[in-house]
Design a protein. Structure first.
Length: 301
């Protein structure tokens, strides 16, 4: 098979691992910089051009699209879909997962566990917004934040009000969520591929930090999932419509709750923590499932 990895940086661990895994399985792998693609949008023969040439026909694409380039990146994926190319994650599903508010609303509609959450732009009563999610401590998030940036823990109602007012002074939309204290600064990253959890790790925040992101000093270790945690991760991926994703779960007193569904999860931390060939399992899924014109949302918005 000829497979394209849509990535802006060929040196990234995840990009390199996918390329290596694909080549080890006998596939022809190409790394394409998403932002340097440009599209020929016609009714007869749509195509994608790159560095002055029309790209060859690919059997499959693996989108590795950063949050900052979601709009253009999903446009490129959508163009490949119009050409009949199989994408492990469809453009609509990527856009859906990148919209934090929409994601939470979809999870809520499906009855999937999640922290109590408030959303606001300019509420008349900030104190009521905080009270409605259970009061301090609360986690305040910028709607557009990623990788722990724009996420603040407020210990008191007064500090929460001050932080919310500051964010609103920047005309920013925010999410206010209950703080799951019993999680102890840890979360679980589940890697879901093809409706199955293929790997899972526990991420523990560094001392004095509540965000468990590995690049913020958090540590990772292998973890055994309960049947409920496994089902929650699979259901969250299915709700987003993602064939491959990372689902971040907190262990609460009321069972597992989903914090985020990531359509371009990093592979380095989870491969090193679990010892599993995650890249190889992703390629194996593509090998078994890729076929022309298989995009379910083809022709839809």
């Amino acid at each position: 098979m000829r497979i394209a990895i849509l990535s802006r940086n060929p040196k990234l661990y995840s990009t390199r691992r996918l390329k290596e895994a694909g080549e080890a399985a006998g596939h022809e792998m190409h790394i394409i910089d998403t932002m340097h693609c440009y599209m020929d949008i016609t009714s007869s023969k749509p195509n994608v051009r790159y560095k002055g040439k029309m790209l060859p026909t690919f059997d499959a694409v693996i989108p590795r699209i950063g949050a900052s380039v979601t709009f253009y990146g999903t446009s490129v994926v959508r163009q490949f879909e119009m050409m009949g190319t199989f994408s492990i994650n469809e453009s609509v599903a990527i856009s859906r997962s990148r919209d934090k508010l929409r994601s939470l609303q979809l999870l809520s509609r499906k009855g999937i566990g999640m922290p109590r959450t408030g959303f606001a732009n300019h509420p008349d009563r900030i104190d009521d917004l905080i009270k409605n999610v259970g009061g301090a401590p609360v986690v305040i998030k910028l709607l557009e934040g990623t990788q722990g940036i724009g996420v603040v823990l407020a210990d008191t109602n007064k500090s929460a009000e001050a932080i919310i007012e500051a964010f609103m002074g920047l005309n920013a939309s925010i999410l206010v969520q209950e703080y799951i204290k019993e999680a102890g600064g840890a979360d679980i990253r589940c890697l879901v591929v093809g409706g199955k959890v293929i790997a899972a790790m526990k991420r523990q925040a560094a001392p004095g930090e509540f965000r468990s992101n590995l690049h913020r000093g958090g540590s990772a270790s292998v973890v055994r999932l309960s049947p409920q945690e496994r089902k929650t991760a699979v259901d969250a991926a299915k709700t987003m419509g993602l064939n491959m994703c990372g689902v971040d779960i907190l262990r609460s007193n009321n069972g597992p709750v989903v914090m985020e569904v990531n359509s371009s999860p990093g592979l380095e931390g989870i491969e090193r923590a679990t010892g599993k060939d995650v890249g190889g399992l992703i390629i194996d899924y593509i090998s078994k499932n890729a076929s022309p014109n298989k995009t379910r949302t083809r022709g839809k918005g």
